[in-house]
Unconditional design. Structure first.
Length: 245
């Protein structure tokens, strides 16, 4: 990949943004009956999801962006990202970047404290020059569950569909500081104290998080008004993630 390739920010786009609110496990905690659901408040629904997040084993995510891409230097922009996250500390996926006006797929994989990224020119795996651990994603205080609980100004919107599922639709706010535990790879371009609008869609049957929409800047390179949409699927699906030999 060479010394000039900005792997730190690239990994940040795929791992820290895309996995931001990526899942709640529906295998525990009984869901309310249909007659009870309309009486639930937005806070109750979000906290139920946060509790189930603490039991999640694996999820698949996909990130898309509207109103801009994420610039990462030397002519590269992230337009999409997708991947799988497996408890306790494994992640693998692909990032779609734009290089000289053409889309380029970049693969990455993390196991424990070791992260490798595939050189987009040669396809060879190279070490990520830094320390990243996916374990923090599942931390109940600062990981995904903690971020859900930190959301403010929660309100229920009209129920709708997301990714083909009938869902609760909730609006709220989250700050860039709340996201900091999983966006630390953006240093020093990370923005402090930024309030972001968020909308989340949770399955009415099992409270799985199906989609999230985030509006606003996270880094100094983001365009104002950028909108990121993350869809979540394949809860607790068996996924093998091992470092290449």
């Amino acid at each position: 990949m060479g010394r000039g390739f900005p792997v730190a920010v690239l990994l940040g786009c795929a791992i820290s943004i895309a996995i931001l609110l990526s899942g709640c496990n529906g295998s525990r905690a009984p869901s309310p009956t249909p007659t009870e659901s309309p009486a639930l408040t937005a806070t109750e629904i979000v906290y139920m999801c946060a509790e189930k997040m603490e039991t999640v084993d694996s999820v698949h995510f996909k990130l898309t962006q509207v109103g801009g891409t994420t610039p990462i230097g030397i002519g590269l922009d992230v337009s999409e990202a997708a991947g799988d996250i497996v408890r306790p500390d494994k992640v693998k996926g692909e990032i779609t970047t734009i290089m000289i006006g053409l889309p380029v797929i970049v693969k990455y994989i993390t196991v424990g404290n070791i992260t490798l990224i595939a050189n987009p020119m040669t396809g060879e795996w190279e070490p990520f020059p830094g320390v990243f651990s996916a374990a923090g994603i599942f931390d109940p205080d600062i990981g995904i569950a903690g971020i859900l609980r930190s959301m403010t100004n929660l309100s229920r919107l009209e129920d709708g569909k997301a990714a083909g599922f009938a869902c609760f639709h909730i609006r709220g706010n989250v700050t860039s500081d709340d996201l900091r535990p999983i966006t630390r790879l953006f240093t020093p371009s990370y923005l402090e104290g930024i309030d972001m609008a968020a909308e989340i869609w949770l399955d009415r049957e099992d409270f799985l998080l199906r989609q999230i929409r985030l509006e606003g800047q996270i880094t100094v390179n983001d365009k104002p008004g950028i909108i990121r949409t993350i869809t979540i699927s394949d809860y607790n699906k068996s996924v093998e993630i091992e470092l290449p030999t």
